[in-house]
Design a protein around this ligand. Structure first.
Ligand code: AMP
Length: 502
């Protein structure tokens, strides 16, 4: 009897006497030991009354047990629902109420607060700590070392991941077995992953990047992972010589570049560095190549769609672009109901086996973003070169409309980022009595010096049309970012909302 995702990703681990996970403390977990952990956790879920289709919500520190719990949930035919470890009890109240999981697995240290919260929504609280202890593990220890996976077809749900929800409430993206498996297969082939690979895994596993892109690709291809609890420069530098590939967010690369120990020698064993989840600055791409001789491969995706585009493995990895549509995935760039000409800006739409099933219990939101013929409206603005390379210029909701003119923040940011004293910039629209919105630039200064605003204004005047000029500037030490390295523009818009109005 088949279980689409489990059969390909987890089942092959059973009985394999080879290392699977290398942990920060130097210990290892073999593939067979991991498979036993998955089986015992699946048994524990069933003992807790988890039925096929039930949600299992999980807010725990990254650990091998947490990864095994993903496999166990899929084996039990249930729906894995990972939650950002940063969410507070008040935020959890919304997620638990919205998703109504059968079981909520959380930090045992929070049991006193979370147990009653879970109970109000009919969920059972179980503990799992970052060290692999807690009531869930106690129950798992009493289960059989083998588990017969529950039947699940490709169309059945495997996971619900809540979007980061920068505007309004988070929405639960429903992902099927086929959505996850099809994407993992395409990426594994495109990026040439094999059982000889050791993936440096320092991403969180509550997000699509670390959970699906990284873990599924590595597990599917029989590789090993250096499984770190998070990005710690020391630990990553220690792990690079024994790894062959890393998947990271752009901040991983800027942090590595800040360290003089990043050299060609250090990465001599690495065959591939991949970046995604937030824009990689061209200058980071170039600086990384200068230092290491390796070109970072940038790709683009989102919670709702898995991965959509990637730079090529063999062909040109073009800095500042996210490459072309993945095999089997259709990408079009639309404005006013039509595909735009090469070089013109429009909204990216995607269709393919990777695209989600809709938002959990939000049919109206689903209908807004997912067309009946399968095209998903991503909300990302982009251009496409005649040879297929896509360049993201921002989020549609970040587009600034000032006095009736459209300003794409990225165009202004790219110029600002080249100026002395500016490490990086974020250009936003803020309310303005005359123009509706005014262009406003937040400049993160370099460590060495702050930018001279007169020089900045002069450089802007020399290369951009007047309507694109920032009408105000703020200089800060760093830009606010979330755990995936995305600049929090909504937060900046709030902070600077009253620049031109009282
Ligand atoms: P999430 O659902 O949290 O994975 O966020 C998805 C969003 O991250 C996309 O809609 C893009 O706006 C952004 N994103 C992902 N990858 C890239 C990339 N390589 N370059 C620029 N933006 C990206």
């Amino acid at each position: 009897m088949p279980n689409t995702l489990f059969d390909r990703v987890f089942a092959p681990l059973a009985g394999q006497d080879r290392p699977l996970l290398h942990l920060a403390d130097g210990s290892q977990i073999s593939a067979s030991a991991f498979a036993v952990l998955v089986a015992r956790l699946a048994g524990a879920l069933v003992a807790l009354g988890v039925q096929p289709g039930d949600r299992v919500a999980v807010q725990v520190a990254k650990s091998p047990e947490a990864l095994a719990l993903y496999g166990a949930t899929v084996a039990a035919g249930a729906v894995f629902l990972p939650l950002n470890t940063g969410y507070t009890a008040a935020e959890l109240d919304y997620f638990i109420g919205n998703a109504t999981p059968r079981v909520f697995v959380g930090d045992p240290a929070q049991a006193a607060a979370l147990d009653p919260l879970c109970a109000t929504h009919g969920a059972r609280f179980m503990g799992l700590s970052g060290h692999g202890s807690g009531s869930l593990m106690d129950l798992a220890a009493r289960q059989e070392a083998a588990f017969a996976p529950v039947d699940r077809s490709g169309a059945d749900l495997a996971a619900i991941l809540y979007t980061s929800g920068t505007t309004g409430r988070s929405k639960g993206a429903m992902l099927s077995h086929d959505n996850l498996l099809s994407n993992a297969r395409v990426l594994a082939e495109l990026w040439r992953f094999t059982d000889a690979d050791v993936l440096l895994h320092a991403l969180p596993i509550f997000h699509t990047h670390g959970l699906f892109v990284a873990s599924n690709v590595s597990l599917l291809t029989g590789g090993q992972m250096v499984f770190l609890p998070g990005f710690d420069t020391e630990a990553v530098i220690a792990a690079l010589p024994k790894s062959t590939a890393m998947m990271g967010v752009p901040t991983f690369y800027t942090r590595l570049l800040d360290d003089p120990r990043l050299t060609r020698d250090l990465v001599g064993h690495m065959r591939l560095f991949i970046s995604g989840s937030a824009p990689l600055l061209s200058e980071t791409h170039i600086a990384f190549e200068d230092r290491t001789g390796l070109r970072i491969l940038e790709r683009y995706g989102m919670t709702e769609t898995n991965m959509n585009t990637s730079n090529p493995y063999d062909g040109e990895r073009r800095a500042g672009t996210v490459g072309m549509a993945l095999p089997g995935v259709e990408v079009r760039i639309m404005a006013d109901g039509q595909e735009v000409a090469p070089g013109e800006v429009g909204v990216i739409e995607v269709r393919g086996p990777n695209v989600f099933q809709g938002y959990w219990q939000m049919p109206n939101k689903t209908a807004e973003d997912l067309r009946p013929d399968g095209w998903f409206i991503t909300g990302d603005l982009a251009t496409r070169d005649p040879d297929g390379y896509v360049t993201i210029v921002g989020r549609a909701k970040d587009l600034i409309i000032t006095g009736g003119y459209n300003v794409y923040p990225k165009e202004v940011e790219e110029l600002l980022d080249t100026l002395p004293g500016i490490a990086e910039s974020a250009v936003i629209g803020v309310p303005h009595p005359d123009f509706g919105e005014a262009v406003f630039a937040v400049l993160a200064r370099t460590k060495a010096m702050a930018p001279e605003l007169d020089q900045v204004r002069a450089a802007v005047a020399a290369s951009l049309a007047k309507f694109k000029h920032p009408k105000g500037y703020a200089v800060v030490d760093t830009l606010p970012r979330n755990t995936m390295g995305k600049v929090q523009k909504a937060e900046l818009r709030k902070t600077h909302a009253r620049q031109f109005t009282s």
